[in-house]
Design a protein around this ligand. Structure first.
Ligand SMILES: NC(=O)c1ccc[n+]([C@@H]2O[C@H](COP(=O)([O-])OP(=O)(O)OC[C@H]3O[C@@H](n4cnc5c(N)ncnc54)[C@H](OP(=O)(O)O)[C@@H]3O)[C@@H](O)[C@H]2O)c1
Length: 291
């Protein structure tokens, strides 16, 4: 299995271009899934306080016997953890849950609440070495630009919904200009809206003797986007990691470009009803028990 290549973030930290996401991976199976993903070559693991499985991620890493420095651990502060003091506590809580000594990348999960207070705390934790890189998630261009103007440490990463049905070309161009590394969450749009059966993707996959998921991930990588596929099946974890031995040509890239619906499939933070849904999510029993 080829080693997953890295990208250098704007503070010099090297981040694997592909990682393993554990959203909606129940705590009870997460440790097994992460251990299998480690076997398949993944070293970046993307969790969050709100996923309720930081402990399982940390446990699998410890059990692997592989040196801590080989791993890249991302976690995130959710809306109720925004604000200088709350975020300080959130970082220590995540460090306790993970047991990994430090966090490689810490993100503001959503552009809501006092994320400027959160950012000051994250900058401080970066300076004291408990976090190696900081970033945001789900930030639209105006929020990202404003943060860049007001931050002492500019965000290293913006993790956003990104897949062939929502390609966000202009936003990627801005991120390139700002030196912020884009990272795609839900690179397969969770398989919704017929993503895996798009004939354009199937034809390209056939041409390269690869699968549709592999073509999607390769397309992201060739646009300079880091990816976070999730699967609880080991054979799919291996399949998703096996994307480093082929190259999509210009015509493949152009054809995939035609699939853009220019609208999110999962999260539209511009909709008040969606913001309400996110705040309602805080009433989720798992989150409540974690608070
Ligand atoms: N920052 C944020 O707000 C945010 C939001 C959402 C997600 N994320 C991150 O992004 C990660 C990935 O997103 P996601 O989990 O929502 O969705 P995703 O990776 O787009 O899709 C996961 C779905 O695709 C299936 N799948 C994966 N590989 C496959 C393959 N090779 N063939 C067929 N089916 C396959 C999985 O099924 P099985 O598991 O059954 O194999 C699962 O149903 C998350 O785990 C999380 O770390 C971040």
């Amino acid at each position: 299995m080829a080693k997953i290549p890295t990208v250098r973030l704007n503070n010099g930290v090297e981040m694997p271009l592909e990682g393993f996401g554990v959203f909606q991976v129940d705590d009870s199976i997460c440790e097994r899934a992460v251990s299998e993903a480690i076997d398949c070559g993944y070293r970046l693991f993307d969790t969050a306080y709100s996923y309720g499985n930081e402990g399982a991620v940390g446990a699998a890493i410890k059990k692997s016997g592989i040196a801590r420095e080989e791993f890249f651990i991302t976690t995130k502060a959710y809306i109720q953890q925004m604000g200088y003091e709350k975020t300080m506590k959130a970082v220590y809580d995540s460090l306790d849950a993970l047991g990994t000594g430090y966090i490689d990348l810490y993100l503001v999960h959503m552009p809501f609440g006092d994320y400027y207070g959160a950012w000051r705390a994250m900058e401080e934790m970066c300076k004291n070495g408990r976090i190696r890189a900081i970033g945001v998630s789900n930030f639209l261009p105006d929020r990202l630009m404003d943060l860049c103007y007001n931050a002492e440490i500019k965000p290293q990463v913006n993790q956003i919904e990104l897949h062939p049905h929502y390609q966000r070309e202009k936003e990627l161009a801005l991120m390139r200009e700002l030196g912020v590394q884009p990272q795609a969450w839900a690179p397969f749009a969770e398989g919704m809206k017929g993503m895996f059966s798009e004939s354009v993707l199937a034809d390209i996959a056939h041409k390269h003797d690869k699968s549709v998921p592999q073509v999607i991930l390769r397309w992201d990588i060739q646009r300079g986007v880091a990816v976070l596929p999730k699967s609880i099946h080991k054979e799919r974890m291996a399949e998703n990691a096996d994307i480093w031995d082929f190259i999509l040509d210009d015509e493949d890239m152009r054809q995939i470009g035609t699939l853009d619906k220019n609208t999110p499939s999962m999260l539209d933070t511009l909709k008040p009803s969606e913001v309400k849904r996110l705040y309602d999510y805080l009433k989720n029993p798992i989150l409540t028990s974690l608070q």
